[in-house]
Design a protein around this ligand. Structure first.
Ligand code: FAD
Length: 311
């Protein structure tokens, strides 16, 4: 059995594995795709102390750093069920994998991350990282002085539009519903900005581009069915970040949005089970934040072990 079993191999999981292994305890990582969301990222300019890197390069560096320690890395393994120690035959926490195997551990760190909900329209995938973006904190500055749309009028969409309005030339906020759903205070702020247009009852139907980069967005006015197109250079899709926690339903406490509820040490509602990164209730989903949270969870798991395990 592992002392610490990490599920998920993104920035949070890699940091957790390194911190655990450095305590000299038996550490394993099971990940569906080692590297996580970082592998889908192009330029990264906010990984502090590194001016610029690219996702695949950072993903490879994460893996290399983990392999520098005695960590049992099980890549391409998808976890399908978590069995609390109180319910397992062994008295350890069990993680069942899609391939039928079951791993047991004294402590588990869940770091299965999240995925952005996509519009699912033609051009969206083709122009991902070529104008279609999901993270204003990450990619906003790349659109300095340009025109962008934000898709989604909930809190994250309106926050993104306010944030981007200070950087880019012009923002068009596109909402499917007949009204914005964001908090009133955010809506008021948004409406006060001179370089923002708000379009409601609009269904985004296509991302246009020149083969290299985005150059427009097509939407349908849901009140009269008429199609419109907006010329722009960027589209930020803000219609939800979905935590990869479907497999944990019923096993531990999740928030209404499906995020794993943790305290400031990464402890979940289950004893011996910790969590970190985008899959959790941590505010703000970013690489450096996930790494810090993974480190916190590993130190908390170690603390738990020295208090509960026989010498
Ligand atoms: P993830 O990176 O999502 O990793 C989750 C891991 O868990 C993966 O290994 C996955 O395969 C695995 N997993 C999922 N489900 C299971 C399962 N059931 N069983 C086993 N393993 C599983 N942040 C920045 O700070 N700067 C940026 O410039 C930036 N740009 C971004 C650009 C894009 C396009 C995207 C999508 C994100 C960007 N982010 C950026 C956000 C950043 O990538 C995330 O905040 C960060 O990767 C979260 O780390 P994580 O370890 O919590 O989760």
């Amino acid at each position: 059995a592992f002392d610490v079993l990490v599920v998920g191999g993104g920035p949070a999981g890699a940091a957790a594995a390194i911190y655990a292994a450095r305590k000299g305890i038996r550490t394993g990582v099971a990940a569906e795709r080692f590297g996580g969301q970082v592998l889908d990222t192009m330029g990264i300019e906010n990984f502090i102390s590194v001016d610029y890197t690219e996702g695949p390069k950072l993903g490879a560096a994460l893996e290399q750093h983990v392999h520098a320690y005695d960590v049992d890395v099980m890549n391409l393994q998808r976890a399908t069920k978590l069995v609390p120690a109180s319910e397992s035959a062994s008295g350890l926490v069990e993680v069942q994998l899609e391939n039928g195997a079951s791993l047991s551990a004294k402590t588990v760190i869940l770091s299965t991350g999240a995925r952005w909900r996509q519009m699912g329209v033609p051009g969206e995938n083709e122009y991902r990282n070529k104008g279609v973006a999901y993270c204003p904190h990450c990619d906003g500055p790349l659109f300095k002085g340009k025109r962008v749309a934000v898709i989604g009028g909930g809190n994250s969409g309106v926050e993104a539009a306010i944030d981007l309005a200070g950087i880019v030339a012009h923002v068009t906020l596109v909402e499917f519903d007949s009204k914005l759903r964001a908090d009133e205070v955010l809506q008021r702020k948004l409406r006060s900005l001179p370089n923002v247009d708000i379009i409601v009852s609009a269904q985004s139907t296509e991302v246009l581009g020149d083969g290299q980069k985005v150059n427009g967005l097509v939407y349908k006015d849901r009140t009269d069915g008429v199609m419109h197109s907006v010329e722009l250079e960027g589209i930020f899709v803000q219609i939800g970040l979905l935590p990869n926690t479907e497999w944990l339903k019923g096993a531990l406490e999740l928030s209404p949005r499906g995020e794993i509820v943790i305290n400031d040490r990464g402890q979940t509602s289950l004893p011996g089970v910790f969590a970190a990164g985008d899959a959790t209730t941590v505010p703000y989903k970013q690489i450096v934040i996930a790494m810090g949270a993974g480190s916190t969870a590993a130190l908390a798991a170690f603390d738990h072990l020295i208090r509960t395990s026989a010498p």
